[in-house]
Design a protein around this ligand. Structure first.
Ligand code: MN
Length: 500
């Protein structure tokens, strides 16, 4: 992956062009602030440090995230590498920007584990960070991407570690969030360092194929454009897209290296106005060319688990050449490229944490996938990672993540939220069904505690199924207080009786 160095002016031009009424003055102020803070600092690549925050901010602007996120991108390393306090940022750039920078900085400090533990810890921090503000995760992706692009500046052992971590942790999370653009970039950049020979081989295959098929696909694109212009389809956009290297590598492995089985080395993408037009275009293509049986996929009616929507079809064109088409609306396209970040694109004033449990449940699913993984990871001989080996992640109905040990029950969850919730809890719903308090919880469960404000305190029997130290201590505490109170009461009663 080659590094493109952007200047601040290029960033400002991008923001001014793609945002409505962006606060360019504050953006510039943030740039000046960061330049001063990082003055004299160099990256291992030999460049001035400021190149990095500009690159990160540029990526965030490309993703179309709120200007505050772009500003925070410019400032994301000032609290880490310089003596600047978060308090100063709050005064200069407001609460929102300061809190973004703070969260990103905290996330960095949490990474101090080695080996397997590093992975587990990282993954967990990602989760927790997401629960509080998903924009922090986008910032982490942008930061990581630029660090991957400049990985050549790092010593060899660090290159391997960072590339592995990116492929094992960042890429799957990006995938789950439906951010295929970022997932693909992270994968390819990591791939280059982890399996350099295979990477070169894939590059050669693609180069040859693009040279072979490129002119042909261009003609197909022209022909489709001409056909569409004669229809009522509004402003169709037709373009080619070349498969990514790591994606090709995985697919080739799946087909035992048989390149002829891979139809989407170069695919043609058609972006139209609405869903009806998607189906209309599919019909037009099938009228012109015979579809390959079994290769028509309607991801509009049945989206992929990460929300991906498009119509896919593969057809035999004139010379017996096989071409894959992907048909979608602009909205579906944005969602496919940017995933959940698409919801944040160009929405001025939206900067509340995202409290949507669907995608969080998806994330909990990563755990299961990483654990049962028997594919390329093992071929890479990456150590078996038991991310979250001993932890589960459970959600409140509001979407907050509660991190508990494996085997934890509803009573542990109640105490993890608040001591009073624990002390006063009477029953629980797990995924909307009423359950007993001793029910064991699993990652992805949505749990709601029902409290009874008249309740005196915890039941000592709860100790039979409370697993966390926190819950056990609180229960013991409260019950011994009750027992002590009772004994004291009895003694007092006796005293009184004696006196009589
Ligand atoms: Mn950074």
């Amino acid at each position: 992956m080659s590094e493109i160095i952007h200047t601040y002016d290029e960033l400002e031009t991008l923001v001014a062009k793609s945002y409505t009424n962006p606060d360019v003055a504050t953006l510039r102020r943030a740039y000046n602030f960061a330049s001063k803070a990082h003055e004299g600092e160099k990256r291992l690549t030999g460049q001035d440090f400021i190149v990095h925050p500009i690159a990160v901010a540029y990526k965030l602007a490309e993703m179309g995230l709120h200007v505050n996120v772009v500003i925070a991108g410019l400032l994301h390393d000032v609290a880490e590498d310089t003596s600047i306090e978060i308090e100063t940022l709050k005064q200069e750039f407001g609460e929102d920007v300061a809190s973004l920078v703070e969260s990103v900085t905290k996330l960095k400090h949490s990474i101090k584990y080695r080996g397997t533990e590093r992975y587990a810890e990282n993954m967990r921090k990602m989760f927790l960070a997401m629960a509080s503000d998903v924009r922090v995760v986008f910032m982490k992706f942008a930061d990581r991407l630029h660090n991957l692009e400049t990985l050549y500046g790092q010593p060899k052992h660090k290159q391997q570690r960072i590339a592995r971590e990116s492929l094992d942790i960042y890429a799957p999370i990006a995938g789950r969030l439906g951010m295929s653009e970022i997932k693909g970039e992270i994968e390819d950049a990591s791939f280059a360092y982890l399996l350099p020979k295979e990477y070169e081989r894939m590059k050669n295959i693609l180069n040859i194929k693009v040279r072979e098929k490129g002119a042909y696909v261009s003609r197909i694109i022209d022909s489709v454009e001409k056909t569409l212009v004669q229809t009522s389809v509004t402003d169709p956009q037709v373009h080619g897209r070349v498969k990514r290297l790591f994606s090709l590598y995985k697919k080739l492995n799946k087909y035992q290296g048989d390149l002829s089985k891979i139809y989407d080395l170069i695919a043609v993408r058609i972006i139209v106005g609405d869903v009806e037009e998607c189906y209309a275009v599919l019909g037009l293509l099938h009228k012109q060319w015979r579809p390959v049986p079994g290769r028509i996929k309607d991801y509009i009616a049945q989206p992929k688990p990460n929300g991906y929507q498009s119509l896919h079809t593969t057809v035999f064109t004139e010379n017996g050449e096989i071409v894959e088409f992907q048909i979608r609306t602009q909205e579906m396209h944005d969602l496919a490229e940017y995933g959940v970040a698409a919801h944040w694109r160009y929405k001025e004033g939206t900067h509340k944490p995202m409290k949507n449990t669907r995608w969080m449940e998806e994330l909990a699913q990563i755990q299961k996938e990483l654990q049962s993984k028997k594919d390329f990871m093992e071929q890479l001989e990456i150590m078996k990672i038991d991310v979250f080996k001993d932890r589960i992640f459970v959600f409140t109905p509001q979407g907050d993540v509660i991190d508990l040990p494996e085997g934890a029950t509803a009573i542990d969850f109640a105490y993890a939220i608040h001591t009073e919730i624990g002390n006063k809890c009477s029953s629980v719903t797990v995924n909307n069904s009423l359950r007993n308090l001793d029910i064991q919880l699993f990652s992805g469960d949505i749990v709601e505690i029902i409290t009874d404000k008249n309740r005196r305190g915890p039941n000592p029997d709860w100790l039979k199924f409370a697993k966390t130290r926190q819950a056990r201590e609180k229960i013991k505490d409260a019950t011994s207080r009750t027992v002590k109170g009772w004994i004291a009461g009895v003694l007092k009663g006796r005293e009184r009786a004696k006196k009589k």
